[in-house]
Design a protein around this ligand. Structure first.
Ligand code: ADP
Length: 160
């Protein structure tokens, strides 16, 4: 029987309810979903790699077919190592499309058998990004409803 493993790659700095919406949809659609945190960020992240993995592990516990991992280097190489045939990415608005299309086409050129699947979150999360969450938290604003409670606590501890 064919079993499909998908990889959901990203920075997850931190994981938001928008990411979780996509994880929930992905966990229903694929046999296995690997949420893969990118190791080599150019910019300094707010949360360390370990912190991001810890938060993701905690909030994805309800889904037994979801795994959290870390990767560096080319995504196509990582996908091959993990025997994944699908890359899952989120599209919130038209503004995401151009960048995501470029990435998807480049990954297809590198590995034609790897499919990129795009999913749209619930409308309520279509304006939500990790960057906006970081900015609100750093300015002392409320992030309730934008991130899971565990992440809210960590943000508060980080900022104050
Ligand atoms: P990256 O640095 O790779 O963009 P992110 O953690 O910001 O990492 O996002 C990872 C993926 O999740 C991307 O495909 C992004 O479009 C998607 N994503 C981010 N926020 C949301 C959201 N609110 N709803 C749906 N998808 C989202």
């Amino acid at each position: 029987m064919k079993s499909i493993t998908a990889i959901y790659p990203g920075s997850f700095d931190p994981v938001t309810n928008g990411h979780l919406d996509l994880i929930e949809r992905g966990a229903k659609m694929f046999d296995r979903l690997i949420v893969a945190v990118l190791r080599n960020l150019d910019k300094a992240p707010l949360f360390s790699l370990d912190e991001r993995v810890e938060m993701l592990t905690e909030v994805t516990r309800p889904w037994p077919n979801v795994e959290v991992d870390v990767f560096g280097g080319l995504l196509v190489d990582y996908a091959q190592r993990r025997k994944a045939s699908v890359i899952l990415r989120g599209i919130r608005a038209v503004s995401d499309y151009e960048y995501e299309l470029q990435m998807a086409m480049m990954n297809r050129k590198l590995e034609p058998n790897l499919e990129t699947v795009f999913m749209m979150p619930a409308v309520a999360y279509s304006y939500l990004s990790s960057r906006v969450v970081r900015e609100i938290a750093q300015l002392g604003g409320p992030v309730q409803g934008l991130v899971p409670p565990a992440v809210e606590q960590r943000l508060r501890a980080k900022v104050f």
